[in-house]
Design a protein around this ligand. Sequence first.
Ligand code: UDP
Ligand code: MG
Length: 314
Amino acid sequence: MTKPYISIVIPVYNEADNLETLYQRLTSAMDEYGKTYEIILVNDGSRDNSAAKLNELHQRRPKQIRVIHFNGNFGQHMAIIAGFEKVRGDITITLDADLQNPPEEIPKLVQAIEAGHDYVGGVRKNRQDTWFRRNASKLNNLIRERITGIVMTDQGSMLRAYKKNVIDLMVASKEASTFIPALAYSYSSNPTEIEVEHSARAAGESKYSVYKLLRLNFDLMTGFSLIPLQVFTVFGMLVSLLSTLFVVYMFIRRLIVGPEAEGLFTLFAILYFLVGILLMGLGIVGEYIGRIYKEVRKRPRFVVREVLEQLEDQ
Ligand code: UDP
Ligand code: MG
């Protein structure tokens, strides 16, 4: 019976300056909590000193700290999936390496799982991010809810807990790109949310540019819903209907009033508007084709270079 009760999965990308503090705070919070646990750190192709630092952490507690080194940068969500493939605990926790998610909050999440929920999402209290990030999130939440039907107060928080059966299902869905908080929702039968503290990044800078965030959200919308495509079908039908009415009107007008040549630029304005919508529609179709392309290519979602672990039963 060497299996730990709790598995903690942490993606790491260029976080060398945070790892020591993370280790100290995480292990002291968990040691104090007193339940058995393991920590799985996934190095997502860091180019700073993180790899060496992670190896050192593994040396300190070889039976408790497992390290997975990726061959390159495959993204936060792939790093977490790689960790999920390895978890042994009944309860899995995810959190960020930059100490924005206080490790001291983990017991709260565990208690919610023990109370009978199979998925617990952390909602960041007084979120410590820029004004722009906070407001972009609000707008994004609204759109996501409409499109994917996934109601979640805080999709950006990675401080979350999952029961083993939800983890197994997430590992079994082999999509080329995914969004963990939403994926977990689609498999959980009794999810809940609790408030958790949030801090400013301890050291280093955010790995998400505006563009990367935008991409992540396209992946989320197209990965979890067909509504963006369906909206275009409906829009196309509406435009066709209106144009038909317009043609009939113009025909009758011509018989009664005669030909018209005015309103050229109004026509252009309408045309440009429609061309714009059309291009956007093409882009959306492209997003889905891109996803299909990634799937049929069947390349590995991530490549593991090395795994450091010392499982007791080996
Ligand atoms: N991360 C990762 N791969 C990436 C980008 C980020 O593993 O390509 C990790 C990062 O090291 C951190 C977590 O994902 O542990 C969240 O990243 P970050 O703090 O930059 O995101 P933010 O808090 O700004 O949303
Ligand atoms: Mg962060």
